[in-house]
Ligand binder design. Structure first.
Ligand SMILES: [Zn+2]
Length: 418
């Protein structure tokens, strides 16, 4: 018969278990690429969709089994077709903290290559990289209304990808960091050829509003890799590697979040500057700039709840202000280099002697800018000199004195130039 003390102990233990289980404060979305009538790349015997699903389910099981505080959401758990945009929507609706898309690479025309790689959103720096994005994005052609849904994006046309040059992804540094952790694991834990961290214009990553990566487990078109990935041992090892990276990343993020909530704002920036650039990936200045912007959002929101924080950072592009009226007014480009919680005097040390400067106020924050021109190229060349003093400076755009989406403004500038 249990003593009174024993019963109390059991009640206490049950409470602990309940609290641990209830506190799902990290949400990860695992996206098994392709499915249903979309097989993805096909090998001699295996199909990409099945390899992806197997690894995705094994990864999810590992997380569910070992991380009580994590909620795992799958974009698919069976062999079904899911629209590309729907996959991102699932993650956005869940306000996920991390998005992991699992794919398997292939080369056409009997070309062979080996290696696992991890991708983040960005501009492809080589035609081989562009080809990977083209192949993965081509799945939208399976969707009846893809022309409307993806606003005329043609996955096979290189020109469609120009937009990714101007994409500003505020989660880029986190995504690249996680991607490099996965690669380390593929190499050390799964003993795969490390094909590195790359960037390309993946539609599924573009549509998510959280740190996101796309894993290419290996080449289904290379017989030895097909065999490995199709095996239980291979899929388990790859899932295990992603899990190890996930665990390390989550621990880091949670420690970081805790320190953001407990540290004075100035410390937050200092910490961020210590983040070392990741080897073999060089974020563009424009993209890395958004990192600081997002850090500063955290700084502003340091006392806000997590959901407010998610809301504040829930877009991959700067907030767009709808501008009506005269369409002939060309957008004006400026370089944003600093934000402050209060107005600064013109000789403030933080301006580092940059003159003349201007500012605008957004959400109660003073945002300092340098230069102003309707010529995007002129502002872009000025950016280089500003980044020597403010390494995270980036270009923003205004129309009729209202801040507008810089990517749209650049497109307009390019149209007007023609
Ligand atoms: Zn794929």
């Amino acid at each position: 018969m249990a003593s009174y003390k024993h019963i109390l102990g059991i009640i206490w233990l049950l409470c602990c278990c309940y609290l641990t289980a209830a506190a799902k404060d990290f949400v990860v979305v695992i996206d098994a690429g392709h499915g249903g009538h979309d097989s993805g790349a096909v090998g001699k015997t295996a199909k990409e969709k099945n390899i992806n699903l197997k690894v995705a389910l094994k990864l999810g099981k590992l997380i569910e089994g070992k991380c009580n505080d994590v909620k795992v959401i799958y974009t698919r758990k069976t062999d079904v077709f899911v629209n590309l945009n729907r996959r991102a929507e699932i993650a956005n609706e869940a306000k996920a903290d991390l998005f992991i898309s699992v794919h398997t690479n292939a080369l056409a025309n009997n070309h062979t290559a080996r290696g696992a790689s991890t991708w983040t959103l960005g501009l492809a720096r080589s035609s081989a990289n562009l080809d990977v994005a083209k192949r993965e994005n081509a799945v939208i052609l399976y969707e009846d209304d893809y022309k409307t849904r993806y606003a005329g994006f043609d996955p096979n046309s290189s020109e469609s990808y120009i937009i990714f040059e101007f994409m500003q992804d505020q989660f880029m540094s986190q995504s690249v960091h996680f991607a490099s952790m996965i690669q380390q694991q593929f190499k050390s834990n799964s003993k795969r050829v490390d094909s590195g961290v790359h960037q390309a214009g993946f539609l599924v990553l573009r549509a998510t509003s959280m740190p996101s990566v796309l894993v290419e487990l290996g080449f289904i078109s290379t017989p030895a890799e097909e065999k490995y990935l199709a095996s239980e041992e291979g899929s388990s090892s790859m899932a295990n590697s992603i899990f190890n990276a996930f665990l390390a990343y989550k621990t880091e993020q949670q420690a970081r979040e805790a320190s953001v909530n407990n540290t004075p704002a100035s410390k937050v920036i200092a910490d961020d500057e210590e983040v070392k650039p990741i080897a073999n990936v060089k974020p563009t200045p424009k993209a890395s700039a958004e990192k600081t912007e997002s850090t500063k959002n955290i700084q502003q929101k340091s006392t806000a709840s997590k959901s407010e924080y998610s809301k504040a950072t829930s877009t991959k592009q700067p907030a767009t202000t709808k501008v009506g009226g005269n369409k002939t007014d060309a957008p004006v480009f400026k370089i944003q280099f600093l934000t402050a919680s209060a107005k600064l005097s013109s000789n403030d040390k933080r301006l580092k002697g940059l003159q003349p400067v201007d500012y605008y106020v957004e959400n109660g924050t003073y945002k300092y800018t340098y230069g102003a021109s309707t010529d995007y190229n002129a502002v872009r060349s000025k950016l280089k000199s500003v980044t020597t003093k403010f390494k995270d400076a980036f270009i923003i755009a205004f129309k009729n004195d209202k801040k507008v989406n810089v990517n749209e403004a650049i497109k307009e500038f390019m149209r007007n130039k023609k």
